[in-house]
Design a protein around this ligand. Sequence first.
Ligand code: UD1
Length: 382
Amino acid sequence: MSRTVVSVAGARPNFMKVAPIHRALQPYEPAVRHIIVHTGQHYDYNMSELFFRELGLPQPAVHLGVGSGRHGEQTAKILMAFEEVLLELQPDLVIVVGDVNSTIACALAATKLHIPVAHVEAGLRSFDRRMPEEINRIATDAIADYAFVTEQSGVQNLLREGWDEQRIFFVGNTMIDSLYFALPRIQERPILQTLQLAPQSYVVVTLHRPSNVDDPEQLEQLFRLLQRISEHRTVVFPIHPRTRKNAEQWGLLSFLHRETIHLLEPLGYFDFIALVARADFVLTDSGGIQEEATVLQVPCVTLRTTTERPVTIDLGTNILVNPHAPEQVWAAVEALLAGKRKTGSIPPLWDGKAAERIARIVVEDILQIQQPVQQTVEHVRE
Ligand code: UD1
């Protein structure tokens, strides 16, 4: 009898986490049928479809087409639509990844139907409940059955919250699996030539956190900072739709009209990684980019007061800087411009094999399917 596993992909950072899991489960077909459900939280071509193509993901079997909306509205729409899908598919396991609204909505729908839920990237905590993602992380982990964890801090957080050790699996980072998948493929991307950039001559910037971009004064202050940086390095800024929308509305985009600022549409995964890999440093408020920069050994200045990924600071190239204190940010940037760079090492199990570990645990421990695993695992490695 075939067993069904549904993975949920909703927003851009989910796609890189689901893709390696899909690949790693393929050798277990037909004993395990893996189905991808796209909630439609992100829907623009270059926020979604392009990622599916590059990561070699099949078209999602189900697309909920939910789109944007306020938190309650978006979460509720996903919850309702996903419940319908679950009633029809009756899966044996639902895998949710990350911390976006799709993650909590789908975990909730599944658990109410008594369908086991596995959370990939469980246990991360910023301890800042004003971040919507922190609420999504806490709530998802409160109801999930199995936790796949990327770093030791996640294990400690879950144990403190009363999780049973038997259900916590420290497996590494599927986002880094995708990074290793991308690395051989970025060589042929002409993005540096197209933008006429020499390696290490530019800074990559991303901004989309509500605390940085939903307040006009804060966003203006950050754009002024980018102007200041652009006097020393070319700034490459693929702007998130949320940030663009706000900047347009408040008339702030003119701050970025400079020869040494490349304001770009959101980039595909390979182009983005190609840029980060050769950047002098990265300035970001993203979660995942802190991890990617750590593995690429590129210094990362994170414009936040907290991080749910402390290993990127303890072992990696990341530093946190308060985005509401412009002089502190400038001091951090100045140090980098002067060549004072933080070096780091790659965190444990961030080796490109996290999804293989997850697939093996899903098949053997969770679904308890007996099969000649040795052979299939070798197959995954090829
Ligand atoms: C979401 C996640 C965040 C993640 C980020 C990565 C939540 C609560 N937040 O934030 O954790 O780091 O994705 O990108 O789930 N929009 C478009 N086109 C799209 C998608 C969004 O124009 O394809 C616009 C929408 O109109 C909306 C805004 O971007 O106004 C925000 O989208 P939303 O998915 O709600 O949150 P993000 O800010 O993208």
